[in-house]
Structures are given as C-alpha cells and as structure tokens.
Design a protein around this ligand. Structure first.
Ligand code: XMP
Length: 509
C-alpha cells in the first residue's frame, strides 16, 4: 500500500488513480493525519497544494522522519516543501508556469528509468526550487526552471527521497506513468496485485465474514455503482440480498422494465415497485428545484422503509458508496456553499439505523467499471452515463406533470438512441434533454403550432465538477432536431446548450 498525503491539490485524486492504474493500492489522507507505519505500507507520496511553502501557515509534514521508515516522493508542493526543509531555496518564479515543458535529464536515476532523455511534462506552479539542498542531487531540469527533479543522496539508515516539480499524474505528462511505476515498483518494492479479479475474490470473502447468515436490503437505482455493489453482495450471500427498485415516474422511457430485466439476468433478487402516482401527486404544484428534490427524496425514503419493514429480519443496508464520497478533503477555501442538494440513496442510513455494507468504498469510478466488467455485467450498463437521482423531474423546468414527463421521455429516448447509433454516446460524459417552460410559435404544413421547446445537453467532463459542452457535429444536431420535432407531438423547437460549467451547471435545475 502507498499513502498519499494530501495538501489540497486539485490533482491529488489523479495521483491516486495513477497509482491504482499501476495495480498498486493506495489511500489519500489529509497531510495533518499521523502516519501509521503499519506493515504493508511501502511508500509515501506528498501531493501538490494551492499554498506556497513560504506562506505563514504553510502545511508541513516531518519528511525527515518519514524517510527513516519509507521511500518518499514529493510532487510540486511536496517537492518544494522537501527542498525547503532540507535547506534548499524555494522562491516565486518570474512568471507562473502552466502547461507543457520539456524535461531534460541531468543524471540518470532509477526514478527516470525507461523515460526519454527529453520528455514532455505538465507544469502548474508559481513557486519553484531555485537550488537543491546540500546533500541532494539534480536529476532533471527544463528550459525555464533549473530544478525539475531531484533526490537526496543515499545516507545510512535512510530510505530514498525524491522530488519532482511537474505533475507526473496528469495525462499531458507523457511518460509520467512510467515515473510513477518506477517509484512504486523499483523504489518502494510494491507488488502489482491490485487487480479487479483479486478485488472480487477478497471482497466476496470479506462480505461473507461481515454479513454471516444475516439479510441485506438495498436500494437499486439502475446505475453502475448500485448494480456492481449488489452483484458483489449477491456473490457473497445469494438471495439473502433483497433489492428494491422504485419507479418514481421520472425515469427514462422504458427504464423501469429494462433495468428489472437486466437484474433478472444477473440473478439478483430485486422487487420492482411502481410508485409513479405517489410521486406525481407529491410533485403537483411544486416548481422550485429544491422543493422537487425534497419531495422525491423523502417519498423515496418512505417507500423504501415500508418495503424494508415488510422483509423479516433485515440486519444490514447495502450501499454503492464509492471512494470519492469518503475521501476526507483538505479544505483550503473554507466551508463550501450548497449549490444543489443532491438526492441519492445517501439519505437512507440515518433513517434506518442499519449496519452498512459498502463493498465499493475503496474504489474510484473507473475501478468500479473494471470490476463490473470482470463480474460479467453487460457493457451497456457499465458504460451508462450518470443520471441524477431526481431524474427527469429536474429536467422539466417548473411543475412536473405526467404529460410533460411523457413528452420529455420521448425526446430523450430519440436523443440518446441517436447518440448511441452514431457512436457519439461514448465520447460524451453525460447527455440529456431538458423541457423548457416556454411555448413558441411554429408552422407545420399550413398549420400554426404553439408548442414546447426542448434543449439538448451533452458535456465532456472527468468528474462532473467542471464540464465543457460537447462539440457535437452540426449534421448530428440537424438530424436529431428534425427527428424530435417530427416525432414528438407537443415539441416544435429544439435548441442546443453551449454553456460550460462553471459558470453554468450540467443540469438546468
Ligand atoms: P450539476 O448540475 O450540479 O451536476 O453540474 C453535476 C452532476 O450531478 C448530477 N446531479 C445530481 N445527481 N441528485 C443526483 O443524484 C441530484 O439532485 C443531482 N443534481 C445534479 C448531474 O446529473 C451531474 O452528473
């Protein structure tokens, strides 16, 4: 295992994902947590940070103590902190350096094994190391900074200590993965045995132990996380897993039936509940997005509770929680404000007072997908776009009615099908249609029409935190616009949303 000490960089999770991609398990912990040198821990990586090491309250860790036990690699801030603590000089660069640079090797080292003499790397910093500390060696530089990679000369009783100014974890550092691999395997001696197959075997064993002969109830949403989590739990305890899948009336067209059918194929014991009318009644007259979210969230909890109570002797609650939901973040800008209150099944545990079963707690989303494929879940399900818990209710601006749901389901169905048929579905992170609360005039044949407008949304993103609108081909937009207007009665205008996040958000509500 590798420990990543987080100083609040936006890239910390990317370091973790790069380590995991090398099939080495790692965890992210805030820098101020005490490091436990347990057996199995093989090395420490220090992340970047929005702070400067010369700030008054700059975050600090005892690097000299760490290297008595384990190899350490400092990245960006982590490297600057290391340099400063050992007597090197760190100062503001003449200009902030962002983007591509060419890394040139000064001296060969195992850290740089298999990397080209000149290699493209990605920089993002305003401070830099001007001079390596006494007792350190320069490994590489770029045209704009004299110290891009360095190491401490080996001393008795010490483990290797490295620092790199660039970000090996980001995509644009072309050979960055090699550097990380060298650190993990050749310097820390990690075994590369963190694979989906191993994860499944270990997790199923652990689930059997945790659950024993008790029963687990779980809310399924048709999404990737809950499906993979349920499949793992099912492997461990079979039909003692009771799945509940609620039709809240704002799912996609045909989704309730097709998802239940898939669960059936996977052998899962899932009860489908048609609660559409309760949700439409609850949503009647509600126009505020947060009010709609509240109605859907609390009705869902009511229904789930009723169903769970009806099953005798339930002891545990299954959940599809994943690693990004549980990482303790280092807050650098103070407490953040709520932009939207996200409803998903996360609201359940507090209400039910049940012990939790969370088999995906340690996984990133891309790892959940890999595990899902290994479990034999069909690609169609694994590669599904994210879909919000409140479903089409937050894509129908203003009041939700059954009639509007039907309109939007039809338009959405055509849009998603066209994206899939043209191969564009896999190129965007999320796509959907939004029903606008305006009617406008059109002409069909000789008739004047006065009907609704639908907006198409498609974005590219890595994690949904930031997003750009997808530059879908004009031909595609032309065709889908025709198709929707010709086939969905009640819609006579289609527009395409060209806003990025920030300042817009992905959903309109
Ligand atoms: P925004 O609109 O905040 O969306 O840019 C970011 C991601 O979150 C999803 N989203 C939700 N998911 N309950 C959910 O489970 C919600 O209330 C909710 N609101 C937004 C959105 O679909 C996108 O993937």
């Amino acid at each position: 295992k590798i420990l990543i000490l987080d100083f609040g960089s936006q890239y910390t999770q990317l370091i973790a994902r790069a380590v995991r991609e090398a099939n080495v398990y790692c965890e992210i912990v805030p820098f101020h947590k005490n490091v436990q040198f347990e057996p199995g821990l093989k090395g420490i990586i220090l992340s970047g940070s929005p702070f400067s090491v010369n700030d008054e309250n700059a975050p600090d860790v005892p690097v000299a103590d760490f290297i008595k036990e384990l190899p350490v690699l400092g990245v960006c801030y982590g490297a600057q902190l290391t340099a400063k603590k050992f007597g090197g000089i760190v100062a503001k660069s003449n200009k902030r350096e962002y983007g591509r640079a060419i890394l040139k090797q000064q001296q060969h080292d195992v850290l740089l094994n298999n990397m080209s003499a000149e290699s493209q790397v990605w920089m993002s910093h305003s401070d830099s190391v001007k001079e390596v500390p006494p007792g350190f060696e320069l490994l590489a530089y770029t045209d704009s900074i004299p110290v891009a990679a360095f190491k401490k000369t080996a001393a008795a009783g010490e483990q290797p200590l490295y620092g790199v100014q660039f970000h090996p974890e980001v995509y644009h550092s072309v050979e960055g993965k090699k550097l990380i691999n060298n650190f993990l395997v050749d310097i820390c001696g990690c075994k590369q045995d963190w694979t989906p197959a191993h994860f499944i075997t270990d997790t199923v064993e652990a689930l059997k132990k945790q659950i024993g002969d008790r029963k687990v109830v779980m809310a399924l949403s048709g999404g990737v996380d809950s499906t993979v989590a349920a499949t793992l739990i099912h492997r461990a305890i079979g039909d003692r897993l009771y799945g509940i899948f609620v039709d809240n009336g704002v799912l996609r067209k045909g989704e309730f039936e097709s998802v239940l059918e898939l669960y059936g194929k996977l052998g899962l014991n899932v009860k489908g509940i048609d609660a559409r009318q309760r949700f439409y009644d609850g949503l009647a007259g509600k126009t505020d997005p947060e009010a709609k979210r509240k109605v859907i969230g609390s009705l869902f909890i009511d229904i789930f509770q009723e169903e769970a109570k009806a099953i005798e002797g339930i002891g545990l609650l299954g959940q599809g929680t994943i690693y990004p939901d549980v990482i303790e973040s280092v807050s650098v800008h103070g407490p953040s404000v709520t932009i939207k209150s996200h409803h998903n099944v996360g609201g359940l545990p507090a209400h039910l007072h049940l012990e939790l079963v969370e088999p995906l707690r340690l996984l990133f989303k891309d790892e959940v997908r890999k595990v899902g494929r290994e479990l034999g879940i069909p690609a169609d399900m694994i590669d599904r776009h994210p879909f919000p818990g409140p479903g089409l209710a937050i894509r129908i601006l203003g009041e939700v009615t059954e009639e509007k749901v039907r309109l939007l389901q039809d338009a959405d169905h055509l849009y998603v099908k066209a994206l899939k048929d043209t191969g564009l579905y896999a190129t965007v992170w999320q796509a959907g249609t939004i029903l606008l609360p305006v009617k406008s005039v059109g002409v069909m044949g000789d008739e004047r029409t006065y009907e609704f407008t639908v907006a198409l949304r498609a974005v590219t993103s890595v994690d949904g935190m930031t997003a750009d609108w997808a530059h879908l081909p004009y031909d595609f937009l032309a065709n889908i616009s025709n198709e929707i207007i010709n086939n969905v009665r009640g819609i006579n205008r289609v527009v395409y949303d060209i806003s990025s996040k920030p300042p817009a958000t992905i959903e309109w509500e």
